[in-house]
Design a protein around this ligand. Structure first.
Ligand code: SF4
Length: 390
């Protein structure tokens, strides 16, 4: 993989052939005020024993039909670092015996700094993890507090240095930008600290206001809301600083040093196939999308009775699969192949206007968004044109 540039079309095409597995670990010490993910908030409900959930995951993996061998395995959440390395290892062993792993498999997980101990890091290394993403979010203590995070800036440093000392091959961080408590200066400092700390990969997300969250209630009660223009500026700031330090954007939210692209990320955005386990997890294989139960009790009940814990299934037509590929591929720096659906969008009034405005670029058999902050707007137009065709 290191022979490819992170944002090359050849790498994106290769990634579309990779097979991945996603494992959802729902436990969080407490719910962050902006988060609407499917989690178990342990500050409210500590009744679910981690081992019980891991038992169910292992059983669910054993129910899966043939797929693999796997190129990438990713533990996401929730907070995967709420499990101990032995529990993570049990799930890896189940995946290995059910699907097999490629010899260069990427094994990744998200770690929250408040969970870090050197012993935990050694356990990750022994379990075979090759990539860890640290949920840093910000290097500004005021912003961390406003985001409701439980860690300090010192804990981020300790986690990143500890992961290096444990020999984890690829160490990354996640950052959130655009909270109203953040200033332009504090964001610049955060990005500069992210560069200084010496990571290989950075995922950046703008703060979004999701319905039903504490953040949305606070805003409804008069608290300041994130501002789209400010967020666009912060993204631009990040792009400039990170590029000058050798990072390459390969997907709108993901930037990597050369040879450090996250396989799992690139595979999923390139429309690669994956199996998924745990609550609220969803698969994508062979033109079929399955969704698991969101509620832990329903999930555990189904697994205990020997059923796949499915909440729903969608069988996608060729055209629907092409729409998915277009929607995902427009997020990639390498763009998306010019499939018939992509060509129809390119030839539409909206598509041509975007090309004319220098937002969209077409060439070498692909279509690319060249103004990253316009990606959502382009995807909306592309989907409305392709929906009108159906
Ligand atoms: S730690 Fe992550 S998954 Fe858990 S509540 Fe906070 S944002 Fe959501």
């Amino acid at each position: 993989m290191s022979e490819y540039r992170s944002d090359s079309a050849a790498l994106a095409d290769l990634a579309a052939t990779w097979k991945s597995a996603y494992v959802h670990v729902p436990f969080c010490r407490r719910r962050c005020p902006y988060c609407d993910f499917a989690i178990v908030d342990e500050s409210n409900d500590g009744s679910l024993d981690h081992e019980t959930y891991v038992d169910a995951l292992v059983t669910e993996v054993g129910m899966e039909s043939d797929f693999g061998p796997l190129d990438a395995v990713n533990f996401g959440g929730g907070t995967p670092s709420r499990l101990d390395p032995k529990q993570l290892r049990r799930v890896i062993d189940a995946l290995t015996s059910r699907f097999g792993l490629k010899s260069d498999v990427e094994m990744s997980l998200e770690v929250n700094p408040e969970d870090w101990t050197d012993e935990f890091g050694r356990g990750l290394s022994e379990a075979g993890f090759t990539r860890v993403s640290v949920g840093a979010q910000s290097f500004d203590s005021g912003v961390l507090e406003a985001l409701g995070r439980l860690h300090t800036v010192e804990m981020i440093d300790a986690t990143v240095q500890g992961l290096r000392a444990c020999g984890i091959r690829s160490v990354g961080i996640d950052l959130i930008f655009g909270h109203p408590s953040e200033t332009g200066r504090s964001w610049t400092r955060t990005v500069e600290q992210a560069m200084e700390i010496g990571v290989d990969h950075i995922s950046t997300y703008s703060l979004t206001v999701e319905t039903g969250t504490k953040l949305s209630r606070d805003i409804a009660a008069g608290a300041p809301a994130p501002d789209d223009d400010v967020q666009a500026d912060r993204y631009q700031q990040f792009e400039e600083i990170s590029q000058s330090h050798g990072f390459v954007r390969y997907e709108i939210s993901n930037h990597a040093k050369p040879g450090q692209v996250c396989r799992y990320n690139l595979a999923t955005w390139s429309h690669g196939e994956y199996v998924a386990f745990g609550i609220a997890a969803h698969d994508h294989r062979w033109g079929v999308r399955y969704r698991n139960h969101q509620r832990v009790e329903r999930y555990l009940e189904a697994v205990a009775t020997g059923d796949r814990p499915r909440l729903g299934v969608e069988y996608l037509s060729e055209q629907e699969q092409e729409r998915d590929r277009l929607m995902l591929g427009l997020r990639l720096a390498a763009g998306t192949p010019l499939t018939p659906t992509a060509r129809r969008f390119a030839a539409s009034d909206a598509g041509m206007a975007m090309v004319e405005a220098g937002i969209l670029e077409i060439g070498a058999g692909r279509m690319r968004v060249v103004v990253p902050m316009m990606t959502d707007a382009v995807i909306r137009e592309a989907l409305s044109v392709s929906a009108a065709d159906c």
